[in-house]
Design a protein around this ligand. Structure first.
Ligand SMILES: NC(=O)c1ccc[n+]([C@@H]2O[C@H](COP(=O)([O-])OP(=O)(O)OC[C@H]3O[C@@H](n4cnc5c(N)ncnc54)[C@H](O)[C@@H]3O)[C@@H](O)[C@H]2O)c1
Ligand SMILES: N[C@@H](CCC=O)C(=O)O
Length: 542
């Protein structure tokens, strides 16, 4: 604490800009996109004060034009991972002792840099290398990351002000120490905001971090590093490395100073990391914090009283925005027989109104490419399987083509089998599976929704009937950590809908909330007694 009880600026959500034709923001982001498209970015490792170019590089290519190379990034060897550990432990000495308002100021400055001078760079790099259309980039790499930074500063100050009672003659106080060691942040490709938030939230609370971004998000990760540097984040607080994830994890998780993991990605990877941490538990100085937000098989269930147009819009946006590559994306849908045909016709009309999947540089494209060849091949396999299976049929889309970019058409599979494989397996693409239930089986269908998949991330119920809404809210209480009534299951906003799920979807520490920040501190209670006893006897012993 400095010399005052400081109040932080009240956090407000960053407004989403329109990018309407002729708007200055549209012109600026397209110009930046063009510059990145024609340039050659060279992304080093960031370790301590050094920017290391190992010479062992991988190309960066837009998913919508995979033969075009827009730069390279350098891969770490084991010695670089070890160097990252020692550098961040060195940086910890000053960072952990810096007064909290100085840390807060750095991240508030980063938020304003992203909201202003870096906005076009954040968006253009996310459009180019993660293939987001401008709207999807704006809500992620501009607004959501700004919101994470602003709201987390507010939550941090609330945490610090949470103090115990003190009885007469005693002063009890709690200090929220950073963890003793370093935090390992591992981030996914699909949200630039998550990539920035995972290392930043731990660092904000006084921790030092080794951050491993996804290979498919390195370009926008570099822009985040540029922002943090300009905001004045001291060297060594967040060290950034890329390369073989197994070697990197083996090295970091073997360190006695490993104090916590902040992960977002697939369930399988997180479970393997958890196992590895368990196997190494005797080597650590402290029990590591394990925070992971993972996969989903998110549902929409419509009641017969739901308005067909509203259900169709929830499906179109919930399942197909950013090509279904949101952990929250609707990927299994339950429709009542009485309105199913009308709803599906409306979805078909929506999809028919999209352009063919294409580049985000053409702002009229709603659908762009999926992230990489591995994802494309997986989706193509499930689409082909659905074409072949007797209990499934493709009623929308079903086409795919990787000759130029990894393009998969928005696809609707209709199944007669509520336990069909794509009703429980996460595909992570623009493919949604629909099951039609008899109207009278509403309550049984809620049981199906609850019991079909191992995940519990997001879900939505659409209904007019309040008894049905109430029944669904209770029956599905463990099926989703973010539950939406009469809305799509995507698009959580920091400060409004803290995000995360349980079951196989994660530890549900709610990104962008006080709960999450509490995982990155280890409270120390200090009791100070002003008149210290000098006699051991109880009063009744005289
Ligand atoms: N619940 C959430 O909040 C949330 C948010 C975003 C994404 N996700 C999930 O993330 C997944 C999509 O993202 P992705 O494709 O980047 O996930 P992924 O699991 O393939 O990769 C995530 C990160 O883990 C790293 N990784 C991969 N193998 C590893 C290993 N053996 N050891 C250490 N690190 C390893 C990757 O390099 C990447 O940095 C989906 O399952 C999605 O549901 C969840
Ligand atoms: N927070 C985002 C999802 C993040 C996962 O990919 C949403 O609510 O749509």
């Amino acid at each position: 604490m400095g010399k005052g009880f400081f109040q932080v600026p009240t956090a407000i959500n960053e407004p989403v800009k329109s990018y309407a034709p002729g708007s200055p923001e549209r012109e600026e982001v397209l110009k930046q996109y063009e510059a990145y498209y024609n340039g050659k970015v060279d992304v080093p490792l960031y370790i301590g004060s050094e920017e290391i170019k190992t010479g062992n590089t991988r190309p960066i290519s837009p998913p919508h034009e995979h033969k075009h190379i827009v730069g390279h990034y350098h891969l770490a060897e084991k010695k670089h991972v070890e160097q990252a550990i020692s550098n961040c432990l060195e940086a910890r000495k000053a960072w952990a002792d810096l007064t909290w308002e100085q840390r807060a100021a750095i991240f508030l400055k980063a938020a304003e840099l992203i909201a202003g001078p870096y906005r076009a760079k954040m968006n253009a790099s996310t459009m180019l290398a993660q293939s987001k259309n401008i709207y999807q980039a704006e809500i992620d790499s501009a607004c959501e990351i700004v919101d994470f930074l602003r709201f987390n500063v507010e939550y941090m100050s609330q945490i610090y002000s949470e103090q115990p009672e003190s009885s007469e003659g005693v002063w009890n106080r709690v200090e929220y120490r950073p963890l003793e060691g370093f935090v390992y942040a591992i981030t996914p490709f699909n949200f630039t905001a998550i990539a920035g938030n995972l290392p930043a939230s731990a660092a904000m609370m006084g921790n030092v971090v080794v951050w491993k971004p996804s290979d498919s998000q390195v370009f926008s990760a570099k822009v985040i590093v540029d922002v943090f540097k300009e905001a004045g984040l001291p060297d060594g607080v967040i060290n950034v490395i890329y390369g073989d994830p197994v070697m990197i994890s083996d090295t970091l998780l073997a360190s006695p100073d490993f104090a916590g993991i902040h992960f977002t990605g697939s369930t399988h990877v997180f479970k393997e990391l958890w196992k590895q941490i368990g196997n190494n538990i005797h080597t650590y100085k402290t029990y590591p914090r394990i925070v992971g937000e993972t996969g989903g098989k998110d549902f929409i269930i419509a009641h017969p009283t739901a308005k067909p147009q509203q259900v169709a819009t929830a499906i179109t946006r919930g399942a197909f925005e950013f090509q279904g590559q949101k952990c929250s994306a609707a990927s299994r849908v339950y429709l009542p027989k009485s309105t199913a045909n009308e709803i599906l016709d409306l979805v078909k009309a929506d999809v028919a109104s999209f352009n063919k999947p294409g580049t985000p540089a053409d702002m009229s494209n709603f659908i762009t490419a999926v992230i990489h060849e591995g994802s494309f091949d997986k989706l193509a396999k499930y689409i082909d399987q659905a074409k072949a299976d007797k209990d499934a049929e493709i009623i929308v889309g079903g086409g795919y083509d990787k000759s130029v970019g990894y393009f998969v058409e928005p696809t609707v599979i209709l199944t007669t089998n509520p336990k069909y494989e794509t009703m429980y397996t996460e595909l992570f693409g623009p493919v949604v599976t629909v099951y039609i239930y008899e109207d009278k089986d509403w309550s049984k269908t809620l049981e199906l929704v609850d019991g079909t998949s191992e995940y519990g991330l997001t879900g939505a119920v659409l209904a007019k009937d309040r008894y049905a809404i109430d029944e669904a809210t209770r029956a599905l209480q463990n099926a989703a950590g973010n539950f939406y009534i009469n809305d799509k299951p995507t698009g959580a906003v920091v400060g409004q809908q803290p995000f995360g799920g349980a079951r196989a979807s994660g530890t549900n520490d709610k990104a962008g909330s006080m709960q999450n920040l509490l995982r990155w501190v280890s409270p120390r209670l200090i009791k100070e007694t002003f008149v210290t006893p000098e006699n051991y006897r109880y009063p009744f012993l005289g």
